[in-house]
Write a protein that binds this ligand. Structure first.
Ligand code: ZN
Length: 95
């Protein structure tokens, strides 16, 4: 799994999060409040996904301002939709 924060100026910063965490620690300081450590979280209602990426607008946990977009790339062969269907419906597939 790879976590990145795409900033408003198109720069990209690496993020880290523990398993099950609700926030991401991003390298550097918040561009809005200059706070460190720089923790961000996804803004409710902005989540979407592609074949292998979860996307959400990101806000700084310290100042609450939008700071870019969180992009979490996961390891998947069949895609996020197929993985979620498999896990939620417990249907096994043999390929
Ligand atoms: Zn901030």
């Amino acid at each position: 799994m790879k976590i990145e924060l795409k900033m408003a100026d198109d720069s990209v910063r690496e993020g880290t999060a523990a398993s099950g965490a609700t926030s991401v620690l991003v390298l550097g300081a918040c561009p809005e409040c200059k706070g460190t450590p720089f923790y961000v979280g996804g803004i409710k209602g902005t989540r979407s996904h592609t074949h292998d990426q979860h996307l959400a607008d990101a806000g700084c946990l310290a100042c609450g301002k939008g700071v870019g977009k969180l992009v979490v790339t996961v390891d998947t062969i069949f895609g996020i939709d197929a993985d979620e269907e498999m896990l939620s419906r417990s249907r096994c597939r043999v390929y």
